[in-house]
Write a protein that binds this ligand. Structure first.
Ligand SMILES: Cc1ncc(COP(=O)(O)O)c(C=O)c1O
Length: 474
């Protein structure tokens, strides 16, 4: 048998001395991969009713309104369990995750000169939404989960801090229970100083369905200690329905809160700025002005598709976790450390992406970058779609050119000019977050598609074994 013989039995334990023949693996769009007749029926239903707008039409189907109620029930369910009939949550559907962030920040009252604490491993929208509100992003370093480190908050918080935004990345939870506890302590101190409370906005665009342990609530506990879905620990949580997320309607977003006043503001601001308090409302867009609307309504076709997809979410999560756990076990058997989970006893990560750390060989920064790129290139040859996280485009704060250069909005701001412009907390170049910087130059991620066959999964293990052993021999 030649070293690259395609007849290799991948089901057997991977042999690091055998180079597998490169294959094409399925792309990982878990929701879209499962589109079937139900999604077709959902779209056809709306088209047949000739009512694609959520608030009126000849035969209104109420798809978006039902999506909101169903997602609220999903968030109140325990992982894998049945959905309760009632939910303490209020959900507003919008037309993107970016829009969800902008509406949520506006509803939380974030404006010019306010500060929002955010991690440095994120997606550019988590930053642009802050800047669009004319607020200033203040970066917080990360822990081994690659998410916002709750123990770093106190070093960054200031009198102008209004919101803390954890961004559970790639389906991996932050230590959100610890974060909520820290914010409650901080808020008790702020109340004594006469300062407004800091609110928590969870950007869960990449982690719908993940769960974590702790006590939710930024000022007072809002639910008992236990397991809760991410997005329900803070004051507001947002999700995305874009194709690269766990379920998809192509585009779309969801905003959740437990607070009825916030829910009213979110509902008004996502539309024309008017609250729909009266039943039935006199005006379709609402009756009481609350603020300036964002025009972020979701359409009925996307609402109908998202409802079908939501029913598939538990099955998708189970498939993602199965493949992810198996590949992670394999990586650890090769002597590699995998990304830390927030809760080792009950990891609620979604399994969207697998990340492993390259062992420290005492190289300097440039040496680590060279090695990370070399290994990512080698994995790419085998179709594993790797990312060396240092090069992970605008998921990394220092790769976001408009942030590093503090590009102003039209008319100036949000960053101050003059003396205040030198505030070290308003720095964004590489080096601002040393712990994260180090993690990014020693971490590689690979997609583990949720639709893998056993043979494909075994092929991934074989390719990893080959690349890692070849690298170790260098
Ligand atoms: C962490 C995070 N936040 C926000 C967004 C924005 O979502 P959307 O693409 O639906 O606007 C994304 C999407 O990629 C994301 O990954």
């Amino acid at each position: 048998m030649s070293p690259s013989d395609p007849s290799i039995d991948f089901q057997a334990s991977p042999n690091p001395l055998i180079r597998p023949e490169p294959r094409v693996l399925p792309p990982e769009y878990p929701g879209a991969a499962r589109y079937a007749e139900e999604e077709v029926d959902a779209v056809v239903r709306v088209v047949r009713n000739r009512s694609p707008f959520r608030y009126y039409g000849p035969r209104l189907g109420g798809e978006v309104a039902r999506l909101e109620d169903e997602f609220a029930c999903f968030l109140a369910s325990s992982p894998g369990g049945t959905w309760p009939a009632n939910s303490p949550f209020r959900v507003t559907a919008v037309n993107s995750g970016t829009g969800a962030l902008e509406v949520a920040l506006d509803a939380l009252g974030v404006g010019a000169g306010d500060e929002v604490l955010v991690q440095g491993f994120l997606w550019i929208s988590s930053i642009s939404a802050i800047v669009r509100q004319r607020a200033i992003p203040v970066l917080v370093d990360s822990d081994a989960t690659l998410n916002l480190d709750p123990d770093e908050i106190r070093r960054r918080i200031g009198p102008k801090t209004r919101v803390i935004m954890p961004v559970p990345m790639l389906g991996g939870c932050a230590r959100i229970g610890r974060l909520a506890e820290t914010v409650r302590t901080v808020n008790a101190e702020r109340a004594r100083q006469g300062l407004p409370p800091v609110r928590i906005l969870e950007d869960c665009a990449q982690s719908m369905g993940a769960h974590a342990y702790g006590i939710p609530g930024s000022v007072e506990p809002t639910a008992p200690e236990g397991i809760h879905r991410v997005g329900t620990f803070g004051d507001v949580g947002i999700f995305s329905l874009q194709i690269n997320k766990n379920i998809t309607a192509g585009e779309g977003g969801l905003i959740v809160t437990r607070d009825p006043d916030l829910a009213r503001r979110i509902d008004a601001l996502h539309n024309a700025g008017y609250a729909r308090g009266k039943a039935p409302p006199v005006n379709w867009y609402g009756d009481e002005p609350v603020g300036w609307g964002h025009g972020r309504r979701l359409g009925e076709m996307q609402g109908a598709v998202a409802r079908v997809q939501l029913r598939r979410l538990d099955e998708i999560l189970a498939a993602m976790r199965r493949g992810h756990d198996s590949i992670e076990r394999h990586l650890r058997s090769l002597g590699l450390k995998t990304r830390a989970r927030a809760d080792a006893d009950d990891p609620g990560d979604t399994g969207y992406y697998c990340q492993f750390h390259l062992p420290d060989r005492g190289e300097d920064d440039a040496g680590r970058i060279l090695r990370g790129r070399r290994i990512a290139d080698a994995l790419r040859e085998f179709g594993l779609r790797p990312w060396f996280l240092h090069d992970f485009e605008v998921h990394v704060y220092y790769n976001i050119e408009p942030l590093v250069g503090r590009w102003p909005l039209a008319g100036g701001g949000p960053w101050p000019s003059g003396d205040a412009s030198g505030d070290p907390r308003y720095a964004y170049a590489r080096g601002t977050l040393p712990k994260l910087d180090r993690l990014l130059t020693s971490t590689i991620g690979i997609h583990v598609p949720s639709t893998l066959s056993g043979t494909e999964e075994a092929y991934i293990r074989q390719a990893l074994s080959w690349v890692i052993s070849t690298e170790t021999d260098r």
